[in-house]
Design a protein around this ligand. Structure first.
Ligand code: 5CA
Ligand code: ZN
Length: 414
C-alpha cells in the first residue's frame, strides 16, 4: 500500500538530548537506545470511521517520537499496518450495503489525506493485512510446527489458536493479572467461550472459512488471519525479530500488544519483541472515549474543512500529556488557536540567536523527557511573553525558532 507524502523537516538548532519514553512493560520511563536506525512499529487503523481526533492524537504522538529521533540524528524505520481484513470492517460494510474492500479503500484514502494535512511523517512501509496473508501463513505454520499453536477439533471450522502458555513470560507487556486479562479479552474481540480451545485466553491465529466471509488458501485450510498475528508478522518481517518501539493507543495494551508480542516471540524464539511498548491515552468527548462503536466522533477532515489549521490541531493535542486519557473540545481548539497566534506575533520580536537557540534547546529537553509537550509549550509561552512588541527581531533568530518548532513539534509559525 502506498503511504502519504513526506513533509519537509527542517534542521533543528541546539544539541541532541537522548529520548526517554515510558515503557508499559517495565512501567517506567527509560532511554530509547536504538542503533543508527530505530525500528518503530505503530498499529494502524481499521479502515472505517477514520480519521477521528483519537486516531489523530495517537499518530501525532508517534510523529513526535519520530521527530525527536530525527533531531538527534537517528534514522527511523517506521512501519504501520492497516487492518483491512477484520470483523468490524465487514460488519460496517454489511450495515451500509457496500463492499468491504471499497469501504476500506475509501477510508484509507481519507486517512492518508488527513495524515498529509496534519503533516505527520509517513511510515516507509504502510502495509495492509490483505497484502501479507502469506506472511501470516508462514508465521502460523512456525507456531504450529513448534507446538505453540493447535487446530481446534472442529471438522467444519478448524480454526487455529495460539497457546497462551507458549511463552514463559506471557503477561509481561500489560502486567495484568489473569482476571483482568479475561475481562479485557472478552471485551476487545476475544472469544473465551469458543468450544475446543485449551484455554479461554488462547488467541485466534487463523479463522477457518465461514460462509459470506473472504478467505485465502493455506496449508491448514482456507480462512483468514486473526488480528494479533497480523501485526506480529508485518512488524518482524520488516524490522527484525526485536525492534525498538511498538506503539498504539492504550486500548491496545491488552490483548492486542500482549499477543502480538507473544506470537512473534514464540514464532521466532526471542524473549522480547519490542524494547519499548509505548501507549497513548484515550481521547474522549465530554468524558466518554471517542470510539467508532459509540459514534461520538470528531473528524479531522471536518475540522480542517471548517478552516481550522493543522498547526492548531497539533497544539490542541499537545496541550496535555500523551499518556493521559483526555478530553477534546472546542475550547481546547480555540485555546490552541490563540496560542498559535501569540507565538506568531512574538516572532516579529524574536530576540537574539542565543535566545532562540536556548529556547529550542529547552524544547528539545522537555520533549526528550517522555514527550513532555505541556512543558515544551510552556517554555515557548514564556519566550513569547518575554518578547516585547517594539523589540524588533533578528531574522536569523526568528528562522531558528520557526525551524526548531517545525522540526520538533511539526508546528509552523509561518
Ligand atoms: N487496526 C487496529 C490496530 S492493529 C486498531 O486498533 N485500529 S483503530 O482504527 O481502532 O485504531 C487506530 C489507532 O488509534 C490505535 O492505535 C488505537 O489505539 C487508536 N485509538 C482509537 N481510538 C482512540 C481514542 N479515542 N483516543 C486515542 N487513540 C485512539
Ligand atoms: Zn496492531
Amino acid at each position: 500500500m502506498h503511504s502519504w507524502p513526506t513533509p519537509s523537516v527542517p534542521d533543528v538548532a541546539g544539541t541532541p538530548v537522548a529520548l526517554s519514553l515510558h515503557d508499559t512493560a517495565d512501567q517506567r520511563i527509560r532511554p530509547v537506545t536504538p542503533g543508527a536506525t530505530a525500528g518503530m512499529y505503530v498499529c494502524g487503523i481499521t479502515p472505517y470511521d477514520s480519521t477521528h481526533l483519537g486516531h489523530a492524537a495517537t499518530y501525532l504522538t508517534f510523529d513526535l517520537v519520530y521527530r525527536q529521533l530525527l533531531a538527534n540524528g537517528t534514522a527511523v524505520h517506521y512501519v504501520q499496518n492497516i487492518t483491512d481484513v477484520d470483523d468490524p470492517l465487514f460488519e460496517r460494510a454489511e450495515r451500509d450495503g457496500v463492499d468491504w474492500r471499497d469501504l476500506g479503500t475509501s477510508q484509507i484514502d481519507l486517512f492518508r489525506s488527513d495524515m498529509e494535512t496534519l503533516r505527520v511523517l509517513p511510515p516507509q512501509d504502510y502495509i495492509g493485512a490483505i497484502e501479507t496473508i502469506d506472511e501470516v501463513i508462514d508465521l502460523v505454520q512456525r507456531l504450529l510446527d513448534n507446538g505453540a499453536a493447535y487446530v481446534v477439533d472442529d471438522a467444519e471450522h478448524p480454526d487455529v489458536y495460539a497457546s497462551v502458555n507458549a511463552t514463559e513470560n506471557f503477561g509481561y507487556e500489560s502486567n495484568y493479572d489473569r482476571e483482568t486479562m479475561a475481562e479485557l479479552f472478552a471485551e476487545r474481540g476475544g472469544d473465551p467461550d469458543r468450544p475446543g480451545k485449551r484455554d479461554p485466553l488462547d488467541a485466534l491465529l487463523w479463522r477457518a472459512r465461514r460462509d459470506g466471509e473472504p478467505s485465502w488458501d493455506s496449508p491448514f485450510g482456507p480462512g483468514r488471519p486473526g488480528w494479533h498475528i497480523e501485526c506480529s508478522a508485518i512488524a518482524t518481517n520488516r524490522l527484525g525479530t526485536s525492534f525498538d518501539i511498538q506503539g498504539g493507543g492504550s486500548d491496545l495494551m491488552f490483548p492486542h500488544h500482549e499477543f502480538s508480542a507473544a506470537h512473534a516471540e514464540a514464532g521466532h524464539g526471542v524473549d522480547r519483541m519490542a524494547g519499548h511498548y509505548v501507549h497513548a491515552g484515550m481521547i474522549a468527548l465530554d468524558g466518554v472515549k471517542m470510539s467508532k462503536s459509540l459514534g461520538n466522533l470528531v473528524f479531522v477532515s471536518k475540522l480542517t474543512a471548517a478552516g481550522h489549521e493543522p498547526d492548531a490541531i497539533r497544539l490542541g493535542v499537545f496541550a496535555s500529556h500523551y499518556r493521559q486519557d483526555r478530553d477534546w473540545s472546542e475550547e481546547i481548539l480555540a485555546a490552541a488557536e490563540k496560542r498559535l497566534a501569540t507565538w506568531r506575533r512574538a516572532l516579529a520580536a524574536a530576540g537574539t540567536t542565543t535566545t532562540a537557540t536556548d529556547l529550542i534547546q529547552q524544547v528539545r529537553e522537555r520533549l526528550a523527557d517522555d514527550l513532555d509537550t505541556p512543558g515544551a509549550l510552556q517554555v515557548v509561552d514564556e519566550w513569547a511573553a518575554a518578547t516585547s512588541p517594539e523589540g524588533g527581531g533578528d531574522p536569523t533568530a526568528a528562522q531558528l525558532i520557526v525551524d526548531g518548532l517545525d522540526g520538533l513539534l511539526g508546528v509552523r509559525l509561518r
